[in-house]
Structures are given as structure tokens and as C-alpha cells.
Design a binder for this molecule. Structure first.
Ligand SMILES: Cc1cc2nc3c(=O)[nH]c(=O)nc-3n(C[C@H](O)[C@H](O)[C@H](O)COP(=O)(O)OP(=O)(O)OC[C@H]3O[C@@H](n4cnc5c(N)ncnc54)[C@H](O)[C@@H]3O)c2cc1C
Length: 465
């Protein structure tokens, strides 16, 4: 067929666009179908990038406020919210254009419109310029996810917000109730508290960042409370009602009910896969509550149909996981020797203050899995670089297997840990042990030395604490 493509990818998020570039590099005639005006998906437009830009602005604000500690007094610090948002949008737009540029450079065709699988390599695209059918030898579905809502609740642009609407608000909220204490919830709490909002976090599970190592959750809760954030765990939202002005949130906890009045509420209770209407019923792909089942090479039950990113069942909903899944899927299509996905080696990073990062098994999960575990720990208060930065909160914890020191997991809270985690991910990928890190020379003074001393601590040989 003359116009048949080698690969069509539905969705241009970090799963889809990365897969498209790699496919083009490996010689596939590739197109990407995208329903939104802008390329880049949730991550670039309403997720990772705008939130990290706001978080960095909050970090800067912190630095100026605490300038006195370094002998630099900053009087009369003013936050110009519209300029903070403009800067965030500038970063997003730059990278929207960046993805467009990369597509042009690699001759990846962009097809605007909503893609729907028709079976047998056919995709119907309903676009602004009408409908068309695209035919491809291979298809990757990368349609991502949207915020889940509480039953009976609908987002508006003023008072009941998800990660989309909250990026449009015109001023820093005086008060906000954040429902859900996963990464999205604690990151927004960390932005707004540091810009002066009264923040309440309500979490149904017994602890914040419920998937993190327990010690990390505890340390983060302690720190956020110290910053003035009110945190209710094991608490259920019974009612959310719009008021004029603001919103009322009724919460029950330990059999008691309390009502919070706030200007806004953010619903951050998880994500739902964008698989409604994409035509999976026209294929043999299996699904589980809307998520697509794949093997470790991202193959679905339908020949030549792959799924990657937030829509994949039982995998972390993270941008870098989506990107690597895209690379693995394209490797399969091209017959390249790419390794299967190993979710044990996918790091998790939360950019609140203090930052949190982890990879692999938590201490509890390692013990549950039957490992004999040895823990290495190092506090940032004993790190000279952390003292220089005046950022001494937190610690690094390595979970290792007792006999050979194999690294099973790493859990970090403190300065720049979202960067430090990469060292342990690499060590794990190379089947490294704590001893390998212990005999790796780390530059001095750096925060990375805390990883080195956490490894020393596995053998009770910590130097600096
Ligand atoms: C507030 C927030 C902060 C986050 N921060 C981080 C972070 O710091 N680090 C991190 O790793 N992850 C973060 N995430 C998660 C991350 O955004 C997602 O894991 C990632 O975007 C998933 O990538 P994806 O390619 O699967 O899908 P998406 O990024 O959701 O992209 C899917 C794309 O498909 C398009 N699409 C959907 N259906 C169709 C269709 N039928 N036809 C055509 N196009 C379609 C959509 O318009 C969209 O552009 C964050 C998420 C949120 C909400």
C-alpha cells in the first residue's frame, strides 16, 4: 500500500514523542496522531514541567526569604504571580516548539485529531480538517491519563480544581484544601504553602506519599507540618460544596467530622487512563479497568499493537517510564536487542520541599519478599555540602540484601535527592552492591557523598556520622 506507514503512534506525551523520534532514528516511516493543539502531552503541558517550574519559583522565594542566614538580607520580597505563571508558560512553550522541531528534524509526520483504532492496522482520525484513515504496519497507543474526580464532583475553573485548572488560577489562593497526598498533592501543597497559602491536605490512607518507604512518609509529614501545612491522614472527604466565595470541604477522621472553608480545593486523587473511545474493542488487546495489559516489551494481545505510558496496567504512571516503554516498544518493532522493561529500576521523584526520591523495594516490601535486609542510612545534617546550602533536613536510606550487599532499593528525602537517585538507579541496573558505591570516589564537597556514606553505613563503616 503506497501510503502505509511503518508506525503510527497515538498520543504525543513523553511516551509517544520519544517513541516517534527513536522510530525515525531507526528508519521507520512514522506519524503521530495528537488530539490537542500542543504536542507534549500531560507531562509537558499540565504536569511535570509546569509544576516543576512553579516549584523552582517557590524554592527561589525560600532562598530570598532565608537570605539572612547567608548574610544576604533581602528586604521587601514581592511575588508577582502573573510573572511566575508567564515564566512557567514560557518554559512549556519553548519545549512545545522543541518537540515540533524534533518531529520536523526526524521527518515524523504530525496528524492532528482524535485517533480511534479500527483493527488490522487502521486508525480513524477525526481532526479539525475532517476525518481520515491512516494505515500502519505497527501502532503504539500512548494516550495517557486524566485526573480522576471524586464521585459526583465536577471541576470548574475557580474553586474545584484538578492539575489542569489550578495552572490557570489568577492569584495565589489564600487557602486551599488539597484532596490526596500523592506526588501531585504534596507538590502543589509545597508550592502554595511557600507562597503564603493556608494549606490543608486530606489523605484517605494512613500516611502521605502512601507508596513511599514508611520512614520517608513520616519525615516528610513532620517537615510539611513544621512548614505550617495541616495534614489529615486516614481521613475521608464526605462533601465538597461550592460557597460564595470559596468552597466547603467536610472531612471525617476517627469518627469525627470537621468542615474546612477554603478559597479553592484541588482534587489530586489519582489518574484514569484515556482509553474510552480509542477503539480497543476493535482489537484483541486485553484491558483491566480501562488500563491496557502488555508484556514487558509493551506488546498487547493484538498483533503489532503496543501500549505505553500511563494507560499500561500495573505500571508506574511516570513520564520517564512512558519514555523508556516507548523505546522498548520501538526496539521490538525494529528487531533491536533492547532489554525488557524492569520496573524495579524505575525511579520515583517528588519535587516538594524537602524533595523525595526512591527506586526499588521499600524496607517493608523487601522484608515481605523474604529478603534478609541490611539498611544503610546517612543524615544530611552530617553532610558538609548540605550545611553550605543550609539544607540539612532528611536522609538517605539504602535497602540492601544482607549476604552480598546487593542494592534492593534506595529512599531519599532532602536536598537535590531527585538528582542523587540516578547514581543508585545506575548501580542497580549494573547489579551493583553497596560495596560498589562505597569504593566509588565521590567529589567533595557534594551532596552525592551522602550516597557514599549511606553505602558505608550498610557495613557500619560510616565516616561522617
Ligand atoms: C501535575 C502532574 C505532575 C506530574 N509530574 C511528574 C513528574 O515530575 N515526573 C514524572 O515522571 N511524571 C510526572 N507526572 C506524570 C506524567 O505527566 C505522566 O506519567 C506522563 O505524562 C504520561 O505520559 P504518556 O505519554 O503516557 O501520556 P500523556 O502525557 O498523558 O500524553 C498523552 C497524549 O495523548 C493525547 N491523546 C489522548 N487520547 C488521544 C486520542 N484518542 N487521539 C489522539 N491523541 C490522544 C493527549 O492529548 C496527550 O497529548 C505528573 C502528572 C501530573 C498530573
Amino acid at each position: 500500500m503506497a501510503n502505509e506507514l511503518d508506525l503510527v503512534i497515538v498520543g504525543s506525551g513523553p511516551g509517544g514523542y520519544v517513541a516517534a523520534i527513536r522510530a525515525a532514528q531507526w528508519g521507520l516511516k512514522t506519524a503521530v496522531v495528537e488530539k490537542d493543539d500542543r504536542l507534549g502531552g500531560t507531562c509537558l503541558n499540565v504536569g511535570c514541567i509546569p509544576t516543576k517550574s512553579l516549584l523552582f519559583a517557590a524554592d527561589l522565594h525560600d532562598y530570598f526569604r532565608r537570605g539572612k542566614d547567608f548574610g544576604i538580607e533581602c528586604a521587601d520580597i514581592k511575588v508577582q504571580w502573573d510573572a511566575v505563571v508567564a515564566r512557567e508558560q514560557q518554559v512549556v512553550r519553548k519545549h512545545n516548539k522543541g518537540v515540533e522541531f524534533l518531529f520536523r528534524k526526524h521527518k515524523v509526520e504530525t496528524i492532528r485529531g482524535f485517533g480511534r483504532l479500527q483493527g488490522k492496522g487502521r486508525i480513524a482520525v477525526a481532526g479539525p480538517d475532517g476525518n481520515r484513515e491512516v494505515i500502519a504496519k505497527n501502532i503504539i497507543l500512548a494516550t495517557g491519563s486524566e485526573a480522576r474526580m471524586l464521585p459526583g464532583l465536577e471541576a470548574d475553573s475557580e474553586r474545584i480544581l484538578t492539575n489542569r485548572e489550578i495552572l490557570e488560577i489568577k492569584s495565589i489562593p489564600k487557602s486551599i484544601v488539597i484532596i490526596g497526598a500523592g506526588a501531585v498533592g504534596v507538590e502543589f501543597a509545597s508550592v502554595y504553602r511557600r507562597f503564603g497559602s493556608e494549606v490543608v491536605i486530606v489523605e484517605m490512607l494512613p500516611r502521605i506519599l502512601p507508596l513511599a518507604d514508611e520512614e520517608i512518609s513520616k519525615e516528610l509529614e513532620r517537615s510539611l507540618k513544621k512548614q505550617g501545612i495541616q495534614i489529615l491522614t486516614g481521613a475521608k472527604v464526605e462533601r465538597v460544596q461550592k460557597k460564595d466565595p470559596g468552597v466547603e470541604v467536610e472531612v471525617s477522621q476517627n469518627g469525627k467530622s470537621q468542615v474546612f472553608h477554603a478559597h479553592e480545593t484541588l482534587v489530586a486523587v489519582g489518574r484514569k487512563p484515556n482509553t474510552d473511545g480509542v477503539g480497543l474493542e476493535n482489537t484483541k488487546a486485553e484491558t483491566d479497568r480501562g488500563y491496557v495489559k502488555t508484556d514487558k516489551f509493551m506488546k498487547t494481545g493484538e498483533p503489532n499493537l503496543y501500549a505505553i505510558g500511563d494507560i499500561v496496567a500495573g505500571t508506574p504512571q511516570l513520564a520517564h517510564a512512558a519514555s523508556m516503554e516507548g523505546i522498548v516498544a520501538v526496539g521490538q518493532i525494529c528487531g533491536k536487542p533492547v532489554p525488557p522493561m524492569n520496573y524495579r529500576h524505575v525511579p520515583d521523584a517528588v519535587y516538594c520541599e524537602p524533595q523525595v526520591a526512591s527506586v526499588g523495594l521499600s524496607e517493608a516490601k523487601a522484608r515481605e519478599a523474604g529478603h534478609k535486609v541490611k539498611i544503610g542510612k546517612f543524615p544530611f545534617k552530617a553532610s558538609s555540602k548540605a550545611s553550605i546550602l543550609n539544607a540539612e533536613e532528611g536522609f538517605i536510606k539504602l535497602v540492601c540484601e544482607e549476604k552480598y550487599g546487593e542494592i534492593l532499593g534506595a529512599h531519599m528525602i532532602g536536598p537535590s535527592v531527585t538528582e542523587l537517585i540516578a547514581e543508585v538507579v545506575m548501580a542497580m541496573r549494573l547489579d551493583g552492591t553497596a560495596e560498589d558505591i562505597m569504593y566509588t570516589v565521590h567529589a567533595h564537597p557534594t551532596l552525592a557523598e551522602a550516597v557514599f556514606d549511606a553505602a558505608n553505613s550498610v557495613y557500619s563503616l560510616t565516616i561522617n556520622a
